[in-house]
Each structure stands twice: as structure tokens, then as C-alpha cells.
Design a protein around this ligand. Structure first.
Ligand code: NAP
Length: 346
């Protein structure tokens, strides 16, 4: 029998494991626009991550397995974030069964695995659900009208994920730099078009609540830490047209906003696309206890990104013509080339 003093002394409570001691965060789609940001933000928070994507684990297509337990159980994750997707709308139209595998079957398997393992997980979804003649903020209960294979399959994936009460499904619209040659993201395309200095079309009737990917990732980890479950919109609290977004980006980055010609979207787009994608983020802001970023903060984060190309001396010279002697001109051109190459990680 223990001496009375020992029995009555409060026993030390088992400490919560530190972030480093907890199991890793498994990020499905870690090579993508969002996956890269999730890995970076997790590392800043002291969380270990393990990434799985088609190109890093060739031959392993999780979406084709009968059961994810043999793959995920040995990794002992503390959290799984599913950021894997086929985000090329035309590719989804061309191969609907591939879209179904990644967008529907995979979240279905994750829901089954999570119900059995008890490990929380996040399904990242989309805002690609609405067509309208005006900008509108859609809350989580708004009826959806997915216009194409991508959107229909993403919505079906949401429904399977939501059958698991432990799942957090996040609808969003993300912007940022991915750095994949030949496949620019919206932000990469806009910055390249502005930097090229030639006029280009920017749609006045396509609206979205775009959030910068690292801002989205911070909100995701905060919501998970707070135990959030179910369907939530996580995006900017402002919904802007693509034309307004690009003009604001141009002003913030020192480019000429007039280069973006303000036009309506083509009448017949193939595949059909959503245009009124605004998201109402009231619920997520209440759970987070803070405001999600406004459009100006989103644009500031893009401009501050290390991947943002630095304004070249060419533009500075164009604004303020300098009288240079030939030797100085040569040195200035060399500096321009170095700045352009070094300023853009892509
Ligand atoms: N980008 C947007 O504008 C946007 C807007 C709204 C919502 N979303 C949603 O946000 C999430 C992340 O999108 P993102 O823009 O980061 O996508 P992304 O850049 O296209 O990356 C997709 C990721 O999924 C991986 N992947 C595709 N098929 C896979 C498979 N069968 N098995 C394993 N991995 C696979 C890719 O791997 P590889 O590198 O090997 O190809 C890549 O890592 C998705 O749920 C998307 O629907 C995106």
C-alpha cells in the first residue's frame, strides 16, 4: 500500500504532446498551390508534415485503393488534409472518371478511414458553384448549381466527406504562386500579363472571394485546433471581380492598371464556368474570433510573396527617363536582367 502522502498527492497530468511529438500532418496534394503553402505554414507552427501526390509517389494512386488503412495507419497522422485535386477544368471534362476518382472516391475513402481511425481530416473544396448576373456572397446553406464536371465532382466529394461527423469541409478560392512551368495559376498569369506590358482582357462579371494560400492555411490550422467540423466557407471577406482584383494588384505592385482591359466574359465558354463565386465567411470568422483578410490584405500578401517578380529597372527608367552614358547604360541593363531572373522563383 502506498503511504498516504503519496496516494493523496495530485498525480502529474499527462502532458499534451508537443506539436513535434504528435503524429505528422499528412498533406495529400502537397506539390500543388495549396499543398506547398500548407507544408510551409505547418512547419512555421512546429508541425511535422508528410506529403503524398501523384508525382512524388508514382504508382500510388490513393483514390484507387479499396481501403486507406494500410497506407495511412502506419503513418499515425494527427491530421490529414486532402488538397489533392484535378484543377484543370478542361482535363476534368476530358476524363470525368479521373475527376470522379480524385474528387469523389478519395474523400469517400478518407471518410471511411477517419470513422474507423478517429483521426480528424479536412476536405478542401471549391466555390465553383454559382452563375449570376451580379456579385453575391453565398453562405454554406445556399443552393448550388455546379456548371461542369470539376464542380459536380467536387460537390459530390463534399457530400461524402460530410457523412463523416469528424470531417471539416472548407469551401474556398485560393490565389498564389505555384511555380509550375507552363501551368500558371491565376495570380501568376495576372502578374505575367502586367509585367509583359501589353493590354489584356480582365473580366468585370466574374467575381470571387480569393484568399492568399498562406492566409487560407493559417485559418485551416486555427479552425482544426479549435475543433471545427462540418461545412465552412474560408475565403476573403470581400468578393471582387477579376478586373477589379487585377487593377488593385497592378496598383499595389507598381504596374499600369490600364493594361487590364475591362470586358465581360465571352458568352459561350467551354467548359461552362461559374462566375458568381463570392463566399459569405461570417461563420468561419465567428469560429476563428477574427476577421478573415479583406481584398487589400490578400493583394498585399501576394505582392509580399518571395515568388513575386520584382519590378524591373526598365519600368523605373520608363517612368523617369535618365541620361546615361553608354557604359552606365550597359551596367543598368545587366542589373535589369539579374533583377528579373532573381526576383521570380518560377
Ligand atoms: N486553385 C484554385 O483556383 C482553387 C479554387 C478553389 C478551390 N480550390 C481547391 O483547392 C484545393 C487545392 O487546389 P490547388 O490549386 O492547390 O491544386 P493544384 O495546384 O492543381 O494541385 C493539385 C494537387 O493534387 C495532386 N493530385 C492530383 N491528382 C492526384 C492523385 N490521384 N493522387 C494524389 N495526388 C493528386 C497534385 O499532384 P501532382 O503534383 O503530382 O500533379 C497536386 O499536388 C483543391 O481541393 C481545389 O479543388 C482551388
Amino acid at each position: 500500500m502506498l503511504p498516504i502522502t503519496e496516494r493523496t498527492q495530485p498525480q502529474p497530468r499527462p502532458q499534451d504532446p508537443s506539436p513535434r511529438e504528435r503524429g505528422p500532418v499528412v498533406v495529400l496534394g502537397h506539390t500543388g498551390l495549396l499543398g506547398q503553402a500548407l507544408v510551409r505554414v505547418a512547419a512555421e507552427r512546429g508541425l511535422r508534415t508528410l506529403g503524398i501526390a501523384s508525382r512524388t509517389v508514382p504508382g500510388l494512386n490513393l483514390a484507387r485503393q479499396a481501403d486507406l488503412a494500410p497506407f495511412l495507419d502506419p503513418l499515425a497522422p494527427s491530421l490529414v488534409v486532402n488538397a489533392a485535386a484535378i484543377t484543370d477544368l478542361a482535363a476534368c471534362e476530358a476524363d470525368p472518371s479521373a475527376a470522379h476518382e480524385v474528387h469523389v472516391r478519395l474523400p469517400g475513402l478518407l471518410a471511411d478511414w477517419s470513422r474507423h481511425s478517429g483521426v480528424p481530416w479536412v476536405q478542401v473544396s471549391t466555390d465553383h458553384y454559382w452563375n449570376d448576373i451580379e456579385n453575391a456572397l453565398h453562405d454554406e446553406a445556399a443552393p448550388v448549381g455546379p456548371p461542369n464536371v470539376y464542380a459536380r465532382s467536387k460537390h459530390a466529394g463534399e457530400e461524402l466527406a460530410l457523412r463523416d461527423p469528424g470531417c471539416l469541409v472548407l469551401r474556398t478560392n485560393i490565389v498564389g504562386f505555384r511555380g509550375r512551368t507552363g501551368a500558371p495559376t491565376f495570380a501568376e498569369w495576372a502578374v505575367n500579363a502586367l509585367a509583359a506590358g501589353e493590354p489584356f482582357d480582365a473580366y468585370t462579371d466574374v467575381w470571387a472571394s480569393s484568399i492568399e494560400v498562406h492566409q487560407f492555411s493559417q485559418a485551416l490550422f486555427d479552425l482544426v485546433a479549435g475543433g471545427a467540423r462540418g461545412l465552412l466557407n474560408v475565403a476573403s471577406h470581400d468578393s471582387l471581380s477579376k478586373a477589379d482584383f487585377i487593377a488593385a494588384l497592378a496598383r499595389a505592385a507598381g504596374y499600369d492598371p490600364q493594361l487590364a482591359r475591362r470586358v465581360g466574359r465571352p458568352a459561350r465558354q467551354r467548359p461552362r464556368r461559374a462566375n458568381a463565386m463570392g463566399l459569405d465567411v461570417t461563420r468561419a470568422e465567428a469560429l476563428l474570433g477574427r476577421a478573415l483578410p479583406g481584398a487589400d490584405e490578400v493583394i498585399a500578401a501576394i505582392v509580399a510573396s518571395p515568388a513575386m517578380p520584382k519590378l524591373t529597372l526598365r519600368l523605373d527608367l520608363a517612368l523617369e527617363p535618365l541620361e546615361l552614358r553608354p557604359a552606365e547604360a550597359t551596367a543598368a541593363v545587366a542589373a535589369v536582367d539579374a533583377g528579373a531572373a532573381g526576383g521570380n522563383e518560377t
